[in-house]
Design a protein around this ligand. Structure first.
Ligand code: SAM
Ligand code: SF4
Length: 325
């Protein structure tokens, strides 16, 4: 078998890179209102260091990268990083997860630099509620970002929507309707119990979200390119798709194909386990590419079979933004 496989024979071909833990929003289920204690600048991986990790990962068989955070678009010179990563032999897909607020300023340059696709997070289609959820955001900025992404050809543009019971579950149908009226690709995501997301009253299982959407018609399974755990469907007469991501109520770990690199240079075998392998110190010691490959193999070997949410075990991090969602 060539390529990277973990101890459970899952192929690992996908690296999610968090480039910052900072954010220009304060989503109620992700960040505390006062924000989190940010990692000091000198502890954040420099672009050259991220490049060395991605290059070593590519040698081992990783061919897909995603940049995330925090909010990746608030880090300066992101276009330069994308250009550097796009030049790595073996990397054939680079995607970005963003809240979309700043996207209209960068969509074209990012595309030119080699970015293929974007996922844009938006949890409400109502300006007031959008502001209530993000605490500081303006929905129109995100919609303009989405439009710029389409114009730049960052396709398919996918929309990430975390459903919170009692907050935005009344908009499930509105989001699903967008797949019919405007061809959106909307992915409904279950709230993961990390940090602020541990409020049980907000949790709504995908089965319930799906049942509401089925009021609009039968969901037909359909393929949509992606690297992740989402399952995609189409409503009758829709150009867009409805995706479901159910990390809590389904065994999506069976299909897990990823590693995470945190903004401060830790390789994380699993989102929901705090086990990490430090790369920053070895990188700053000037280790060889072979030694980075060795550490990446170690992280792959340490991937657990699945998360332990059923036993109440989750990450102790304050926010998803500290890991890279
Ligand atoms: N700031 C960017 C954004 O919002 O897209 C990238 C980072 S954010 C942590 C990545 C994704 O994680 C977003 O779609 C966000 O909605 C999601 N997220 C954050 N906290 C979550 C939680 N507790 N459960 C499920 N998804 C969460
Ligand atoms: Fe920021 Fe994204 Fe977290 Fe919202 S979900 S606070 S945009 S990192």
């Amino acid at each position: 078998m060539s390529g990277l496989y973990d101890s459970f024979q899952r192929p690992i071909n996908y690296l999610r890179i968090s480039i910052t833990d900072r954010c220009n929003l304060r989503c109620i289920y992700c960040m505390p209102v006062e924000g989190i204690t940010s990692i000091p600048h000198d502890q954040i991986l420099r672009y050259e260091e991220i490049y060395l990790v991605a290059q070593a990962a590519a040698k081992l068989g990783i061919n897909k990268l995603r940049l995330t955070g925090g909010e990746p678009l608030i880090r300066s010179h992101l276009v330069t990083l994308v250009e550097m990563l796009a030049g790595i032999e073996g990397i054939d897909d680079i995607a970005l997860t963003t809240n979309g607020v700043l996207l209209k300023h960068y969509a074209f340059d990012l595309k030119q630099a080699g970015l293929k696709r974007v996922n844009i997070s938006i949890d409400s289609l109502q300006e007031r509620k959008f502001h209530r959820i993000t605490r500081v955001g303006t929905m129109n900025d995100v919609l303009e970002g989405m439009s710029a992404a389409h114009q730049a050809g960052l396709e398919p543009v996918k929309v990430n929507t975390v459903i919170l019971r009692g907050v935005n579950d009344d908009e499930i149908i509105d989001f699903a309707q967008k797949t019919i009226d405007e061809g959106w690709h909307v992915r409904f995501i279950e709230l993961i119990p990390i940090g602020q997301g541990q409020r049980r009253k907000w949790f709504m299982p995908i089965s319930e979200i799906r049942a509401r959407i089925e009021e609009l018609g039968m969901l037909e399974p359909c393929p949509l390119s992606g690297n992740g755990p989402a399952k995609y469907f189409r409503l009758p007469d829709s150009r867009g798709t409805v995706g479901f991501i159910s990390p809590v109520t389904e065994h999506i770990c069976i299909r897990c194909n990823r590693l995470r690199l945190t903004a401060d240079g830790k390789l994380r075998p699993c989102l929901l386990s705090d086990e990490e392998i430090d790369l920053r110190e070895p990188l700053r010691r000037g280790v060889s590419s072979e030694q980075i490959c060795h550490l990446i193999r170690e992280a792959v070997a340490a991937k657990p079979q699945g998360h332990q949410l059923a036993k109440g075990i989750t990450s102790k991090k304050q926010a998803m933004a500290q890991i890279g969602g």
